[in-house]
Ligand binder design. Structure first.
Ligand code: NAP
Length: 233
């Protein structure tokens, strides 16, 4: 059976992705900070024997190491690692003068450093044919940036894209594809109520993109299905 680990599975896109992978018959390690609190959101173990809730705070060395060890005990390998957990510390409309510098640190800690930590700890579970999907954002696109706003979040996601591209180059000889994928603008706590996509719509699109990811797409920044799926860096 094919296996996937999804971070930030407690709500929003991570929860919808968990449900989508489960409905497609995958074994899902749904990783979240507080599995007890989130258990009611997800199919119970009785209704889905393919679901395992994993306690995971992506910003903690100990937590990520323990999660990797528990997945290692449960399965020899992971086919897909989805680095979805993220924070957007600011509202988004702030000018630089109004930005708290700790917001940059918080965004980097969760959206960049934690992804590097996840990949370090889970690398030994990935085999040739596995892939890593780093959930990025159109707000990461440097060449599309023409207005101010989303300072900490946008800068951190641009850094995530560089991390993605660099890891893709390192892992290519081992047959592991690594891509940065934007989920679109989605109605979640982060995306707000005006977003056009439901979490389920976004998750269905992400599922198709991630499960069809080929080595020749490794290192890409992607956002839509089909021939125009590349986003501008
Ligand atoms: N929504 C959009 O329109 C949109 C657009 C572009 C990109 N994205 C990206 O899509 C991904 C999912 O976003 P979303 O809209 O679903 O966000 P969300 O509703 O705010 O959910 C964020 C998730 O990340 C988890 N998380 C945050 N810090 C964590 C930590 N230290 N350890 C473990 N989990 C942590 C949260 O867990 P808790 O429940 O424990 O807080 C939650 O499950 C993110 O990478 C985001 O940047 C979203």
């Amino acid at each position: 059976m094919e296996t996937v680990l999804i971070t930030g599975a407690s709500r929003g896109i991570g929860k919808a992705l968990t449900e989508e992978f489960l409905s497609q018959g995958w074994r899902v390690f749904a990783a979240m900070r507080n599995p007890k609190k989130a258990e009611f959101l997800l199919p119970s173990k009785e209704t889905s024997s393919f679901l395992e809730l994993i306690q995971l705070d992506v910003t903690s060395d100990d937590s990520v190491a323990a999660a990797a060890e528990s997945v290692r005990k449960a399965t020899g390998q992971l086919h897909i690692l989805v680095n979805n957990a993220a924070v957007k510390p600011e509202e988004g409309e702030e000018r630089l003068a109004d930005m708290k510098l700790e917001w940059f640190q918080q965004a980097f800690e969760t959206n960049v450093v934690a992804v590097a930590r996840m990949i370090q700890q889970f690398r030994s579970l990935l085999v040739s044919g596995s892939c890593i999907a780093n959930i990025s954002s159109l707000l990461a696109s440097i060449s599309s940036k023409n207005d101010f706003g989303y300072y900490a979040y946008g800068v951190s996601k641009a850094a995530l894209n560089m991390l993605t591209r660099t890891v893709a180059a390192e892992f290519a000889p081992d047959g592991i594809a690594v891509a940065a994928i934007s989920p679109g603008w989605v109605r979640t706590e982060m995306g707000g109520t005006n977003a056009p996509l439901s979490p389920k719509e976004s998750a269905q699109n992400l599922f198709r993109m991630i499960t069809n990811l080929k080595m020749d797409q490794s290192g890409l920044f992607m956002g839509r299905e089909g021939s125009s799926s590349e986003y501008p860096w």
